[in-house]
Design a protein around this ligand. Sequence first.
Ligand code: AMP
Length: 195
Amino acid sequence: MKDIVILLGVPGSGKGTQAQNLINKFGYCHISTGNLLRELEKKQHLTELEKAELEKMHNGMLVSDEFIYTLVFDAILACVNQKGKVILDGAIRTLEQAKRYHDFFVTNNIVEHISAVELHIPDTVIEERLRIRIESGEGRDDDKDPEAIKHRILLQGNTALAPIVDFYKQKGLLQSVDGTQSIGSVFTLLCDAIR
Ligand code: AMP
């Protein structure tokens, strides 16, 4: 079983659900940059930089790479030291980030523990899944605004994900799982992928 699982996928691909399944079954530590940003938002006094970055999130834009690194790298090392295994859920959204994370894994001698798994769903399914999230009351603020959804699909859909998927493919680290199947079937495929 790989100790560092990088879950890649467009919004609505099931990354959060499957991350939770992996945690329940294997005790992985969970790092979701979306959750870290939402946690940050609860802080009483936000700096101007934090406010500006969170505003981007509300508009369905990506927050800046450097801001993500300050949130995530220490959290990864803390998880690796505590539990020895970690899931990165939606933590890598640009090719630039993929490269920088890779350097970080190399520098910290953890690169051989990585497995990157793409939960693949077509763009047409994204809108449908986000719509269902809203109708079922599970939608978050950035799920509810049609403009923000459009931005997310443009900036975080399959076209945007392709260079990141290619990056891991070229390194021989990528597995792809059909994310349109049932939650149970996707989980079985995911477990096989990280073994
Ligand atoms: P999520 O909960 O994973 O869908 O993330 C919610 C929002 O947080 C995204 O729509 C982005 O605005 C922002 N975000 C999360 N992770 C990243 C990342 N690695 N790079 C840039 N923005 C991110």
